[in-house]
Write a protein that binds this ligand. Structure first.
Ligand code: ZN
Ligand code: ZN
Ligand code: ZN
Length: 182
């Protein structure tokens, strides 16, 4: 058995995620910022998660790879990633998701990206919508109020497509077939 274990594996994520991370690194370089190792790791952990992930969950997952990781390290990385538009913070869940737009964006320096999220109340699945008409309608309405929108995230709660295919009373039916006592 090889005894030399590096502190962080060079490519700890699925190939598809590593490709996104490489693109994020280039994205940052183009903006003269830097996706440092720790920022790359935090972004990878967020992209790898199928549901939005909170700061403390991230810290736990990070410690699997970086034993000394401290909360300020994670918060600073999250601030950076959010400032760059690479992740969004879902206020309702106090959790973060990767942005589906920024790495595909071809709007140059004036990206008017406005995120809308569909959040499933049952399973927690979160899907980012990007309907420019919603963003434009919002900006127009705000402009009529003399307000200049800098950033906005719309959070919409409901039941996702997968959960909708399951009967709403599945839980009570299960209870109904449970053997009765007496
Ligand atoms: Zn986005
Ligand atoms: Zn854009
Ligand atoms: Zn669901």
């Amino acid at each position: 058995m090889e005894e030399h274990v590096t502190e962080t594996a060079p490519h700890p994520f699925d190939p598809a995620i590593e490709i996104l991370l490489d693109r994020a690194e280039q994205f940052c370089a183009d903006r003269r910022t830097r996706l440092t190792d720790i920022r790359r790791l935090v972004l990878g952990l967020i992209l790898q998660s199928s549901t939005p992930v909170g700061a403390y969950d991230l810290l736990d997952r990070l410690r699997d790879q970086h034993r000394g990781a401290a909360p300020p390290t994670v918060y600073r990385a999250l601030d950076f990633l959010a400032d760059q538009g690479l992740i969004h913070r879902i206020e309702r869940l106090a959790a973060f998701v990767g942005c589906g737009h920024m790495l595909e964006c071809d709007h140059g320096g004036h990206c008017g990206h406005r995120a809308q999220f569909l959040i499933c109340k049952r399973c927690g699945a979160t899907q980012e919508l990007e309907d420019r008409r919603i963003g434009e309608a919002l900006s127009d309405a705000a402009a009529r109020a003399g307000f200049a929108v800098e950033q906005s995230t719309i959070e919409i709660e409901g039941i996702c497509a997968a959960c909708r295919t399951m009967p709403e009373d599945a839980g009570s039916k299960l209870r109904a077939v449970a053997p009765r006592v007496g």
